[in-house]
Design a binder for this molecule. Structure first.
Ligand code: PBG
Length: 310
């Protein structure tokens, strides 16, 4: 009766990794229990998750090198497997809420989220590509766009592209405070999307900064974001709490790949009780102020919850 915080399956978004082909399933080496799936198997996975009470999915494409180029051309090619798969998912499960990722890195031969010239990221030139990508994704019928690129001004830019093209109902979950973090490595393994040179510190945030998160939140609100996200979650619980206290928008937190892998690895070694630590972790993120949690644990958590209730 007096318990203040509860995590339910309604709070969770499950990130999924899509690969081209049929009947393909490969485990991500650094993320035990997480697989890259071709569309046929992903449809089955989504069906299972819906049955367990997970209704929101964030789909990321793992793109083969031969399709990557400087300008991420494939990101807005309607015939490319990612966009085709999104259309199929929404057709098969219109009730599922589908979120997509807007950033160049999965399609970029440079492995960066923005356009690179002479070793530098070109912010404003990137916006045009992000706009095309966002529009192509919206045209598939998806519900939420997740700009994870951290270019300045992209939320406003994407919002106006969407509105001008009649996609007023598509929401934007902005990666508002996305830190230049060491916790993303397993994700970059999953997508083979590590930067080919340098790092992402010129566009992702300095882990030392707190006020900057407020500035980013303010800009995203003004530009029309529907959700503000903090990422990673665990080393940034104070930032989640800060944004919750300073915004009336729903706050999302991304419990990232490295946070998942640490728990899985320790549990495999028998050093931690994986199930218990997973629950405690999700609880702490919610207690800090997150309304929504993106987590690779979503399905596992849901399976436990269902077996507790029934
Ligand atoms: C890239 C992107 C990243 C993640 C989501 N979108 C990695 C990065 O910025 O290099 C990380 C997710 C995770 O680690 O689980 N646009």
């Amino acid at each position: 009766m007096v318990e203040e915080t509860r995590v339910t399956t309604d709070d969770l978004i499950l990130p999924l990794f899509l690969i081209d082909g049929k009947n393909q399933k490969t485990e991500v080496g650094s993320m035990p229990g997480i697989f890259r799936l071709s569309i046929d198997l992903m449809l089955k996975e989504i069906e299972e998750c819906l049955r367990l009470g997970i209704n929101v999915f964030d789909v990321f494409p793992a793109v083969e090198d031969q399709w990557k180029d400087k300008t991420a051309t494939k990101s807005y090619d309607p015939g490319f497997f990612y966009l085709k798969a999104l259309r199929q998912i929404k057709k098969e499960f219109p009730e599922a809420c589908i979120m997509t990722d807007v950033a160049m890195d999965p399609y970029s031969s440079d492995g960066h989220d923005g356009l690179v010239k002479d070793g530098k990221i070109l912010n404003d030139e990137t916006l045009e590509i992000l706009g095309r990508m966002a529009l192509a994704q919206a045209e598939t019928g998806i519900d939420i766009l997740g700009p994870s690129d951290m270019m300045d001004g992209r939320v406003g830019y994407i919002r106006s592209v969407l509105d001008e093209n009649g996609f007023t109902d598509v929401s934007i979950m902005s990666y508002t405070a996305k830190y230049a973090s060491g916790f993303y490595n397993p994700f970059r393994d999953a997508l083979d999307s590590a930067p080919k040179f340098g790092d992402k510190k010129t566009y992702q945030m300095n882990p030392a900064n707190r006020n900057e998160a407020l500035r980013e939140a303010h800009l995203d609100e003004m530009e029309g974001a529907d959700f503000l996200m903090v990422k990673p979650a665990l080393a940034y619980l104070d930032i989640i709490s800060l944004l919750k206290d300073n915004s009336s928008l729903p706050i999302a937190a991304y419990n990232v790949s490295g946070e998942y892998s640490m728990i899985k690895a320790a549990a495999q070694k028998g050093w931690l009780d994986g199930e218990r630590v997973m629950k405690e972790t999700l609880l702490s993120i919610k207690r800090a102020g997150a309304d929504v949690i993106l987590t690779y644990f979503a399905k596992e958590f849901a399976a436990l919850t269902v077996s507790n209730i029934r």
